[in-house]
Write a protein that binds this ligand. Structure first.
Ligand code: R1P
Ligand code: URA
Length: 291
C-alpha cells in the first residue's frame, strides 16, 4: 500500500494532524463545523460531558457528548480555502492510519453538519430564521482542483444556472452538489430549504458595494430570480459548496444549516444574530443527538 509522505500528511510532535492539532482518537464521527472559533464553546456549553479541547490557529475543536451521542465541534474560520484544510484533515483523522501512513482498508463515512450564518436572497426568508442548504453552488474555485462526479439532477441544475446567471468571464467556474438526503430529512420542520450560493468573498462576490465598483452588478437580482424545477436560491455564504463538494469527493454525509442574519432584498440585518445562532444550535443539537 502506498505510504503517504511526511510532506503530504503533516503530523506534529503530539502525533496530531497539523492544522487542527487533533489526534484520531480525539475526534468523533459526528462533527459540527462553525465558522467562528468563539462559536465552538457556544455549542459545547450544551454538551453533557466535555472530553477534550484543542486549538491551533483559527481551528478550535471540542469533543464531548450530548446524551449518548459523541460529537466534535470544529471551527473552520471563513471561506472554502479553510474548508479544504478542515475536510481533508477530518478525513485523514478517520480514514488514514497515522502509524503506517496508509489509507485504511475500511473507509468510515463522517456526518458533517455546518451550523453557520448567511444572507437571505428571498424577500420571504426573514432574518433570524433558518435555511437548510438542499444544494451548495460554488462560485469559488475549490472543487475544480478535485475530480468528482455529479448526479443527473445536479448537472441539470448547474446547466440552468449557467444559462440564467452568466458570470463575468473568468470571475467564476460554478459547481454544484446536493446535501446528504439522510441528514436533510431530519431537518425539515421550521427550516427553509433551497440552493445556497457559496462565494469567494463577503463584499464584491456577494454584490455588496461599499467603495469598489462591481464587475457583476446584477448578481443579487439574477440569483433571486433564478428558478429550475421549482428550486430557488435561498441564501449566500462562504463554505457550504466546498463542504458538500469535498464531502462527495471523500465519501462523507454533509449538511449545511444557516441562521439568516441579513436579508439582502429587504436590506435588513438581524438585531441579535447571537440569539439566532443560539436558537439554531439548540434546535439542531436536539435533532443531532438522535440521528
Ligand atoms: C462571513 O461573515 C462568515 O459568516 C458566514 C459565512 O459563511 C462566513 O464564514 O458563516 P459563519 O458565521 O459560520 O462564519
Ligand atoms: N455571512 C455571509 O457570508 N453573508 C451574509 O450576508 C451574512 C453572513
Amino acid at each position: 500500500m502506498t505510504r503517504i509522505a511526511e510532506s503530504e500528511l503533516i503530523l506534529n510532535s503530539r502525533g496530531a494532524v497539523y492544522h487542527l492539532d487533533v489526534r484520531p482518537e480525539e475526534l468523533a464521527n459526528t462533527i459540527i463545523t462553525v465558522g467562528d472559533p468563539d462559536r465552538v464553546k457556544t455549542v459545547s456549553k450544551h454538551f453533557d460531558k466535555l472530553e477534550g479541547t484543542f486549538q491551533h490557529r483559527e481551528f478550535v475543536t471540542h469533543t464531548g457528548y450530548v446524551g449518548k451521542k459523541r460529537i466534535s465541534v470544529v471551527s473552520t474560520g471563513i471561506g472554502t480555502d479553510n474548508i479544504d484544510i478542515v475536510l481533508n484533515e477530518l478525513d485523514a483523522l478517520t480514514n488514514i492510519d497515522f502509524a503506517t501512513r496508509t489509507i485504511k482498508p475500511m473507509l468510515q463515512p463522517l456526518q458533517i453538519i455546518r451550523l453557520g450564518t448567511a444572507g437571505a436572497l428571498q424577500q420571504d426568508i426573514p432574518v433570524d430564521e433558518f435555511v437548510v442548504s438542499a444544494y451548495g453552488l460554488g462560485l469559488d474555485n475549490l472543487l475544480p482542483f478535485y475530480e468528482y462526479n455529479n448526479t443527473a439532477a445536479e448537472t441539470q441544475l448547474l446547466a440552468a444556472f449557467q444559462q440564467q446567471v452568466p458570470m463575468q468571464k473568468g470571475a467564476a467556474n460554478p459547481y454544484i452538489f446536493a446535501s446528504s438526503n439522510l441528514l436533510h430529512q431530519q431537518f425539515t420542520d421550521g427550516f427553509h430549504s433551497g440552493i445556497t450560493v457559496t462565494c469567494p468573498g463577503f463584499y464584491g462576490p456577494q454584490g455588496r458595494v461599499l467603495r469598489g465598483n462591481l464587475s457583476h452588478p446584477n448578481l443579487i437580482d439574477q440569483l433571486t430570480t433564478f428558478v429550475h424545477d421549482g428550486v430557488h436560491v435561498t441564501n449566500f455564504e462562504m463554505e457550504t459548496a466546498g463542504i458538500y463538494g469535498l464531502g462527495r469527493v471523500l465519501g462523507h454525509e454533509c449538511l449545511s444549516i444557516s441562521a439568516i442574519v441579513a436579508n439582502r432584498i429587504r436590506k435588513e440585518f438581524s438585531k441579535d444574530g447571537g440569539a439566532a445562532v443560539e436558537n439554531l444550535i439548540q434546535k439542531s443539537l436536539a435533532i443531532i443527538e438522535n440521528i
